[in-house]
Design a protein around this ligand. Structure first.
Ligand code: ZN
Length: 163
């Protein structure tokens, strides 16, 4: 699958809830995992491959071999705590990294590929990646999580680079 690059308008749209976990969805998820691996990313949301559905895949940071991935279908952030600065990049804004604000800890609930509801209470990288990918489902890219001044400078830079 091709990764959509900023300023592709699909990246700024909200995604719809998934009603059925069918073969089409499972094929999509498998393709997303392959695409993320090939791009050496740690997370990928469906809008980034042009599909406006509420699903993302990401690395499972509890597995040190880095070979396990989590599938998050219809995720909901239930609770957040604290605030941290995190240096982020995005496969849809290649080559640009900067600091943004995120919640430190989050509680997030999602269906897995078998339709089973799971709750994750996380901090550190897992929490950051969940928040970054979750934002994609609402059409929010990481510069939105910067301070206004920083965001203006960053957007000018990327608007020059990507046309
Ligand atoms: Zn991203």
């Amino acid at each position: 699958m091709n990764i959509k690059i900023y300023p592709d308008p699909i990246l700024l749209k909200s995604s719809s809830e998934i009603k059925n976990i069918d073969k089409g969805l499972i094929d999509l998820i498998n393709s997303m995992v392959n695409t993320m691996r090939e791009a050496e990313g740690i997370g990928l949301a469906a809008p980034q491959v042009g599909v406006l559905k509420r699903v993302f895949v990401c690395q499972d940071f509890s597995d040190e071999s880095k070979e396990t991935f989590l599938t998050m279908i219809n995720p909901k952030i239930i609770d957040t705590e604290g605030r941290v600065e995190s240096k982020e990049g995005c496969l849809s804004i290649p080559g640009y990294y900067d600091y943004v604000y995120r919640a430190e800890k989050i509680q997030i609930e999602a269906l897995d590929i078998n339709g089973k509801s799971k709750t994750y209470l996380t901090d550190g990288m897992q929490s950051i990646v969940f928040q970054h990918e979750y934002d994609h489902l609402d059409g929010i890219l990481f510069p939105y999580r910067m301070s206004q001044i920083k965001r203006d400078i960053f957007m000018k830079k990327i608007n020059r680079e990507f046309k």
